[in-house]
Design a protein around this ligand. Structure first.
Ligand SMILES: [Zn+2]
Length: 496
């Protein structure tokens, strides 16, 4: 009897120990130390992920920098690396490219691939001539995990319990501002971090990695082409086609989706969503973002990671190279000073929010199909609008600089046809400047001080503009603005 009880006790104890051991992490799925990630055939635990990101930067400090872009609901880190030569500098003459994955926490393989891509770029810099050229000429940003709370749902060592949503139960890829709903009272922290990060940069091409299908899609997700025609369709189709063609050299049947045999589709033609990051990046940031659906399995078993990585590796690297095919240039005044936030307009082409703006160094990047001739116009407040013609060339970044003469700007495009919905407008006085911002381009702006003197009179045709006030008296001023067919009047208190 005693012996029998003793046996039960021992068995129970062993079972407990056993379950404890195996409960610690997802055996066969998760790497719990960095050495287990050497072949990239597992998903890292959260701690291993952090260690890997830190190690990329410490082992390659000349070309890799770790950036914390924010925190999740449960305080996990939202991380990105920047990979570029002169990685500590903002190089305005170089385009900024952005990859981000796993905004849906249960779509995992892109997370693994982004870590592997970072490693690939870093270890091949200096030996692979194409990768070296990319790193030397593009500022590459990679955020492997946009939704860490979803992926490590409840346990930092588990990935098989992952969920699509963040810790508030929200689908982050339905939670970005939209054309019709541009300003929220509350932003999910992961969304807010991504918006702030995008605002601090001038991303010219980006991609958002998902799974659950094998297909690429391009904007818009929230409008049919008939509702908001996108003049850049043919450029999007060309870069998607290149991605698929390259991937099919490894697997001829890859991305042969029922949705589109060609492997890519106009977003809303597949299914319409609102609040996706793709439309946000294209509409608000004037970036060209596509969505890459990497595997039909939402959760790609680790046994298939290597195979799928090899299908996508060359395409992922080549897509970064698209940043260096198009038209670039610097916009300056006659003294050679950069004109930032100038609007670069392709005549007979741009409409519905496809124009781009110059960055802080006065540089712009505009991607267009090669082998055609385009007329560019540059619009900047306080300067005469000028036009120049350029011919695009295959696999080349053609230069087209603009030197602007002081004068009166005219806007060369007809006003954007209204999209129904609320218009948000804000104005503030900050550091000697009036900063106005709206969800629709501001067509007219007048600032009058309390004596009735006009301080600013402008037709910005932009979402955001800034005006430095010289020698003006302090006190109350009134701002009147027209945007999106509405009038706004704001009072501001100007301090010296
Ligand atoms: Zn997804």
């Amino acid at each position: 009897m005693v012996n029998w009880l003793y046996k039960i006790f021992i068995c129970g104890f062993l079972l407990l120990i056993n379950s404890k051991l195996y409960a610690q992490y997802d055996t066969g799925y998760v790497a719990v130390d960095i050495a287990q990630m050497e072949d990239y055939n597992l998903y890292p635990s959260y701690d291993v992920y952090l260690q890997m990101m830190e190690r990329f930067a410490t082992e390659h400090p000349d070309i890799c920098k770790l950036i914390e872009i924010g925190k999740s609901v449960q305080n996990r880190k939202l991380l990105a690396v920047k990979i570029s030569d002169n990685v500590g500098d903002e190089e305005f003459s170089e385009p900024e490219f952005f990859y981000s994955s796993t905004i849906h926490g249960d779509e995992l393989c892109g997370f693994n691939f982004m870590l592997r891509l970072i490693n690939d770029l870093l270890i091949n810099y200096g030996s692979d001539s194409y990768i070296t050229w990319l790193v030397d000429n593009v500022q590459i940003y990679i955020n492997p995990l946009a939704n860490p709370d979803g992926l490590y749902n409840g346990n930092n060592n588990y990935v098989t319990n992952s969920t699509r949503y963040n810790a508030n139960g929200v689908d982050l890829n339905r939670s970005f501002p939209t054309i019709n709903n541009p300003v929220f009272d509350f932003y999910e922290p992961e969304v807010k971090a991504m918006i702030d990060f995008a605002n601090a940069h001038y991303f010219s091409i980006s991609a958002n990695l998902h799974s659950g299908s094998e297909i690429l899609n391009y904007p818009w997700d929230s409008f049919y082409d008939s509702e908001l025609p996108l003049p850049d369709n043919s450029w999007f189709e060309q870069i998607c086609s290149k991605y698929v063609t390259t991937a099919r050299k490894i697997d001829p049947e890859y991305m042969e989706s029922e949705i589109a045999q060609c492997g890519y589709v106009f977003g809303s033609q597949w299914y319409k969503i609102s609040g996706g990051r793709q439309d946000y990046m294209n509409y608000f940031m004037r970036c060209r973002e596509i969505t890459i659906e990497l595997s039909n399995a939402y959760f790609l078993h680790p046994d298939f990671l290597d195979e799928y990585w090899h299908k996508n590796r060359a395409s992922l690297i080549n897509l970064i190279g698209e940043s260096l095919h198009g038209v670039t240039g610097r916009v300056t005044d006659f003294n050679g000073n950069e004109v930032n936030n100038a609007e670069v307009i392709v005549l007979d082409q741009d409409k519905n929010y496809t124009t781009v703006f110059t960055n802080k160094g006065g540089y712009y990047f505009r991607y267009l199909p090669p082998g055609d001739v385009y007329e560019f116009s540059v619009y900047a407040d306080g300067f005469e609008t000028i036009n120049q013609v350029v011919a695009t060339q295959k696999d080349t970044l053609v230069s087209l600089d603009f030197m602007l003469r002081n004068g009166i700007a005219y806007y060369p495009l007809p006003p954007i046809e209204g999209v129904e919905g609320e218009v948000a407008f804000s104005a503030q006085f900050d550091g000697g400047k009036i900063v106005v911002e709206s969800s629709k381009p501001i067509s007219d702006l007048v600032v009058v001080d309390s004596y009735g003197r006009i301080l600013v009179k402008s037709k910005p045709k932009k979402f955001k503009s800034e005006y430095t006030l010289n020698n003006c008296s302090h006190g109350v001023c009134v701002i009147k603005a027209e945007c999106g067919g509405r009038s706004f009047t704001h009072k501001l208190f100007i301090t010296k």
